[in-house]
Design a protein around this ligand. Structure first.
Ligand code: C2G
Length: 133
């Protein structure tokens, strides 16, 4: 079974890894659409690492078999067809948002890992830095 998921995956942390591990466990091949820097602007997300850096890190994760650029909201249907995807997986902060994909493949929302996010990491790093002075 071929699985796909999408995201920014900035400052890779345990929440991302748990998501990728569970997604891969649903099949035997995991494709990840990683948001380009331009698409992040559309998502109003400012990633710390560049697309190339985030892609390199993602490709080094044992659960990830293939990485493609995510440059729009609309590309999912064509990706699912192009890569013969059986199941689309996202964290449940997106619950319900991609149910339209059920016409093309399975759609599964997995519980997010609580207490960790790239933005929390950035905020804590900033505060720790500020305490030094
Ligand atoms: N995630 C998680 N637990 C966390 C943080 C993130 O399970 N503590 C999951 C998210 O639910 C998502 C994936 O990890 O499924 C990637 O998270 P982000 O990089 O924040 O992705 P996002 O900005 O939500 O982009 O078209 C879909 C979008 O590109 C999703």
């Amino acid at each position: 079974m071929k699985i796909i998921t999408y995201g920014t995956f900035d400052l890779i942390h345990a929440g991302h890894i748990h998501l990728l591990r569970r997604a891969k466990a649903m099949g035997d091949h995991l494709t990840v659409g990683i948001s380009t820097d331009e698409f992040n602007q559309e998502k109003k997300k400012q990633a710390y690492h560049s697309f190339e850096h985030r892609k390199l890190i993602l490709e080094s994760i044992r659960y990830v078999d293939f990485v493609i650029p995510e440059y729009s909201w609309e590309q999912k249907v064509s990706d699912i067809k192009k890569y013969n995807i059986d199941i689309f997986v996202m964290g449940d902060d997106w619950k319900g948002k991609f149910d339209n994909l059920q016409d093309y493949c399975g759609v599964i929302y997995l519980p997010r890992t609580n207490g960790i996010s790239s933005s929390t990491i950035k905020q804590n790093a900033f505060l720790k830095n500020r305490q030094k002075f």
